[in-house]
Every structure is written in structure tokens, then in C-alpha cells.
Design a protein around this ligand. Structure first.
Ligand code: ADP
Length: 317
């Protein structure tokens, strides 16, 4: 149905997840219709199921006092059996909570009851770049320029705050009703702490120190740059650059940085991909440098996209 909201109904990939995660069906029985943050006297009404993730279930919800719409990620406490998982979720919340930027999923609230942990997030009604890419297979060059520019703006904000996302992929780039991007899922994110940097705390002679000891941490931001390059490739080509027939092949391709850019790919886009997706992190550009690349700024970049993008290439003049 071309006129319907792309956000209505469970997402394509969620349907397969629903089949594969019976324990989440079990957990769903313990999720109340009204999510009650009794400490802050905030109540949220469940509106509809959005999808299931690795650990939690996501719902569209309504804050009852304000009538505002949000997304709730609900994680059953019994799923967090290992201490490491509990710590990881706490860390995800700590990192995400203070982040306020137009291209980062807004963090509204988090609370718990006896059975679940609830994370209340900005609602992204048009799903993710993954859903868009699955529907369209490839996007036009101006669309890619638009999306990658917004991703770079969001990642610039994160890197300026010393946050490395470490899991940038189309499924974690959410889209709001106006098709603006919102970076989400901070489950693997980390805060770079210069004080932890071995080069800063190291007291002995550096004469025998291997180069990766000096730069590994400082270069860890460059993991996000690699991922952005891979995303640009995927949006233009329709498949990820290192995709192998089996997952082992994908790993081998990544390790040896073996990928080919089809000749049909826009020349400036190919140049940006080559800069970002190279083996040596030190050689990959910073976000700032990517933003200055000719692919981003030398040709037309839309400032908004119509919602029909979900079904067809937009007519961009
Ligand atoms: P995972 O990261 O394991 O894929 P999530 O729990 O993040 O799973 O997401 C589960 C489902 O909820 C997915 O379909 C995702 O697109 C959707 N979702 C997650 N966050 C939001 C949000 N802020 N707004 C709308 N949908 C969301």
C-alpha cells in the first residue's frame, strides 16, 4: 500500500526476528499495557508493537500527560542473566542519555519495574535506512549524498563528545517522519578517555613501543569512518562491500580489505568510499575531512526528501 505510513505494522526484518526468538514471545506476556514510571509519575500507553531486537521488544507509545508519541524499548530483566549484559545495558543508557542532537535518536527517559527495564526514545516513524535499502535496493546519488551528509553531521557530534558508536550500519540509522536520519542503538558505543590512552600514561621509554600501542586508541574513532564508507557503498551498490557467500568469507574479505567498487558507481562517491574503507585506520579521514569531500558538497544535496522515497526514486531536479 503506497499511501500508508512506512512505519505502520512490524518491519520486514522484525517479522523474521519474531519467528526466531520464541523467548521474546514469552517476555511479551510480562509487558503491561500502561508503562508506569512511578518515581517520576509518568505513564505511557502502549499503542502498537514495532519490532523485536536482539534483547528487547519495541513499542510505539503515548505519554499520557502530554499526548506525545515515543518508542519504548522493553528489556525483560530475566534476559539479563549475565552481569556483563546488565553492565552493558547500564553503559548504553549512560552514554545515550545526555546526547541531544537533531541526528541522534533522542533519549527521553528510562525506568524499571519488577520485570522489565524501559527505555523511552524519540519515535522514528519511517524505520531505518536498512528498511529503505531493502525496499529500494539502491538509492540515487543525491539521496545517498543527503543521507551520508546527515550521518556525518550526527557522527561529528558524537566524535566531538569523544563517543565512538562502533556499530554504525543501516539498521541503526533510524528515519523520522520527514526522512531525516537519527543515529540510534548505542549498545556497542564507548567513550574515549584520553586518560586511559596508553600513550598518555606510559612512563618508560617509547623506543621499543609498537606503533599500534601508540595509536590504537586514538584511531578507534576511525572504526566509525570505515562503517560510514561501507554504508555509502551499500546504498549505491545494493549489497555491502565485503558480503561473502558465507559469513567466514565476509570476515576474510574484511581482514584483507578486499572489495571492488563497480565502475558504474559515481566517481566522487567511489573516491570517498576508497578513502574511508581502507585498512589502515590512520589513513582514513576524520568526519570533518569527509564533510569537505567533493562528493558531499560539490553537487546538489537535497535538504529534505519526500516520503515516496520508500517506494520510488524521487524526481530531483
Ligand atoms: P536491534 O538493535 O536488536 O535490531 P532494537 O531493539 O533496537 O533491535 O529494535 C527493534 C525494532 O524496533 C526494530 O524494528 C527497530 O527498527 C525498531 N526501533 C528501535 N528503535 C526505534 C525508534 N526509536 N523508533 C522507531 N522504531 C524503533
Amino acid at each position: 500500500n503506497r499511501t500508508s505510513d512506512p512505519g505502520e505494522g512490524p518491519s520486514d526484518r522484525s517479522n523474521s526476528r519474531v519467528r526466531n526468538r520464541p523467548w521474546l514471545d514469552e517476555a511479551e506476556k510480562d509487558i503491561p499495557i500502561i508503562l508506569d514510571d512511578n518515581k517520576n509519575n509518568c505513564k505511557y500507553q502502549r499503542i502498537r508493537f514495532i519490532g523485536k531486537g536482539g534483547f528487547g521488544i519495541c513499542y510505539k507509545i503515548r505519554e499520557m500527560a502530554t499526548d506525545k508519541t515515543f518508542a519504548a524499548k522493553v528489556i525483560a530483566k530475566k534476559m539479563l542473566t549475565k552481569v556483563t549484559l546488565k553492565k552493558a545495558l547500564k553503559r548504553e543508557i549512560e552514554i545515550h542519555r545526555p546526547l541531544t542532537h537533531k541526528h541522534v535518536v533522542g533519549f527521553h527517559n528510562s525506568f524499571e519495574d519488577m520485570k522489565n527495564i524501559y527505555i523511552i526514545l524519540e519515535y522514528c516513524s519511517s524505520r531505518s535506512l536498512l528498511d529503505l535499502q531493502i525496499k529500494r535496493h539502491t538509492l540515487t546519488v543525491p539521496e545517498c549524498r543527503y543521507f551520508i551528509y546527515e550521518v556525518l553531521q550526527g557522527v561529528l557530534f558524537l566524535h566531538q563528545r569523544k563517543i565512538i558508536h562502533r556499530d554504525l550500519k543501516p539498521g541503526n540509522i533510524f528515519l523520522n517522519d520527514q526522512l531525516h536520519i537519527k543515529i540510534g542503538d548505542f549498545g556497542l558505543a564507548t567513550k574515549f578517555n584520553a586518560k586511559d590512552d596508553r600513550t598518555q600514561t606510559f612512563c618508560g621509554t617509547p623506543n621499543y613501543m609498537a606503533p599500534e600501542m601508540m595509536s590504537a586508541r586514538g584511531h578507534s574513532f576511525k572504526a566509525d569512518i570505515w562503517s560510514i564508507g561501507c554504508m555509502l557503498y551499500t546504498l549505491l551498490v545494493g549489497t555491502p562491500p565485503f558480503d561473502g557467500a558465507v559469513v567466514e568469507n565476509t570476515y576474510t574479505n574484511i581482514r584483507s580489505c578486499y572489495y571492488k567498487i563497480p565502475l558504474s558507481v559515481h566517481e566522487e562517491a567511489a573516491s570517498l568510499i576508497k578513502m574511508a574503507v581502507q585498512r589502515s585506520p590512520g589513513r582514513r579521514p576524520s568526519v570533518d575531512k569527509m564533510l569537505k569531500h567533493e562528493f558531499i558538497h560539490s553537487s546538489f544535496r537535497p535538504i529534505s526528501l519526500p516520503r515516496c522515497c520508500f517506494y520510488t526514486s524521487p524526481k530531483i531536479n
